[in-house]
Ligand binder design. Structure first.
Ligand code: GLU
Length: 473
């Protein structure tokens, strides 16, 4: 088989949403899987709805996802000459014609046809009039009046359309701009695109596109129309189902590989496997296993998958990725403990990078604020002696790593008869202000004596003051 050439042709009328990203991924993965080529094309002929901001947002999202392209970006607005040339060819061959029916006339006829139960397609008024070009003339494609056009779809099988239902459709507007159905075919044809995977909202466009290929004597690409992504109420995914834009997930602290994994699985499967690295997806992605039924976007599942990808991520890499989130929290990251060591205490507990950054607060705050309930429950006179003894042990500790710390606790436990938790919880409150944190020895190791000893001393003073205040009453 010749080289697979796929494409992603977004219309820059907004950010890249998760549905669009999934389409891009399918095409990109298939090109990478087959060692083919992947083309990026910006379909910007709708001047009123296209914007540079949207183009930038699409590039930014693709870059974050790691979707790279071998050709492009092409811009349709820079290719108008090419479309005109092909329009000319069809006109010359008698496969297209100028039409000057006004929108009002067309609307009226459509109304009448609807009322009479006739097909609403163009009635062919200008079809044989051989009109010359004019500023108010559109160009229509001459669809065969009878017969059928068949789409062989790798996902949906064979779909047959009645040509009579399709009618003579517009391929160039009166302002000289081609319609989507025409530009897309000319682009795909001239760029050598031979595999098109896209949302099934385009199924009804496809017979028109096939007719244009046939009129130009060109061979058809392979089509795969995938069901649209749905929200949990099974309506088409929209803002009310949660965040829609790819970069919103970046900003919430998702890893691109988790979003990729999740989106690809919403419409493609490989047995029961749920977790895939990007390399694995490239290795395994095929068209045979694209799903016929619509995937339902479940933010909880995406979150669970992100959790797994965070755990699978190398600590040094994760440290780089979490850093901007920590900066956003206001931490002076370079002044804190070793970032990789911090991450190693949190990577099995964090569902997002934003969570991880938030939960790292105690590594960076100078003065820990005690949660009142935690202080009330654990910073009590009954542990005062034990904490004083522990502080003494820790001050003399040559080896401030986990085994050394454990030994210091053991000494205090043996002397006081307290169990580990009875000492560890007050220490945890002293170091973090809260009752839940990563393992006590882990965090002490990462914080180091420079942070642990003053915090412990402060908690001891806190208890002493509290005891003194109670005594005065
Ligand atoms: N610009 C179209 C869209 O964003 C492309 C459709 C296609 O893949 O042909 O829906």
């Amino acid at each position: 088989m010749s080289t697979v050439i796929t494409r992603f042709p977004p219309s820059p009328t907004g950010y890249l949403h998760v549905g669009g990203a999934r389409t891009a991924l399918f095409n990109w993965l298939y090109a990478r899987h087959t060692q083919g080529r992947f083309i990026l094309r910006i379909e910007d002929t709708d001047a009123a709805r296209s914007s540079q901001a949207s183009i930038d947002a699409i590039f930014e999202a693709l870059e974050w996802l790691g979707i790279d392209w071998d050709e492009g970006p092409y811009f349709q607005t820079q290719r108008l000459e090419i479309y005109r040339e092909y329009i000319g060819r069809l006109l010359e061959a008698g496969q297209a014609y100028y039409c000057t029916c006004t929108p009002e006339t067309l609307a009226e006829k459509r109304k009448q046809a609807l009322a009479a139960g006739r097909p609403v397609g163009y009635d062919g008024t200008c079809r044989e009039r051989c009109l010359p070009p004019s500023s108010d003339a559109v160009v229509r494609f001459k669809t065969p009046a009878a017969g059928t056009t068949a789409l062989m779809d790798v996902v949906r099988g064979r779909i047959v359309f009645d040509n009579a239902e399709i009618g003579d459709f517009v391929i160039q507007r009166s302002d000289g701009i081609p319609t989507y159905n025409f530009a897309v075919v000319i682009d795909d044809l001239t760029m050598g695109v031979n595999t098109i995977i896209r949302g099934d909202d385009h199924v009804s466009n496809t017979p028109k596109q096939i007719l244009i290929y046939q009129a130009l004597g060109a061979s058809l690409p392979t089509y795969g129309h995938v069901p649209m992504v749905l929200g949990q109420d099974r309506t088409r995914l929209s803002k009310r189902h949660g965040a829609m834009s790819v970069t919103a997930y970046r900003d919430m602290g998702y890893l691109p590989e988790a979003l990729i994994n999740y989106l690809v699985r919403l419409g493609w499967s490989h047995g029961d496997q749920e977790f895939f690295s990007v390399a694995e997806l490239i290795e395994k992605f095929d068209l045979e296993n694209l799903g016929k039924s619509a995937g339902v976007f479940d933010p909880e599942k995406l979150l669970a998958l992100n959790f797994e990808h965070i755990q699978a991520c190398d600590v040094a890499d994760l440290a780089q990725r979490v850093r901007p989130f920590m900066v956003k929290e206001g931490y002076d990251v370079d002044a804190g403990p070793d970032l990789q060591k911090i991450v190693a205490t949190l990577n099995r507990r964090s569902k997002t990078l934003a969570d991880m950054a938030r939960d790292a607060y105690f590594y960076f705050q100078e003065t820990i604020a005690y949660d009142p309930a935690a202080a009330k429950k654990f910073l009590r006179p009954v542990v005062l002696d034990a904490l004083r003894m522990l502080l003494g042990e820790l001050q003399q500790l040559a080896d401030f790593s986990e085994p050394g710390l454990e030994a210091a606790f053991k000494t205090v436990m043996d002397a006081t008869g307290f169990k580990l938790g009875k000492i560890a919880q007050p220490v945890r409150v002293a170091l973090t202000g809260k009752t839940a944190s990563p393992g006590i020895f882990e965090i002490m190791d990462v914080l180091g004596p420079g942070r642990v000893l003053p915090r412990l001393a402060r908690a001891i003073a806190f208890i002493e003051n509290r005891a003194a205040a109670a005594g005065q009453k």
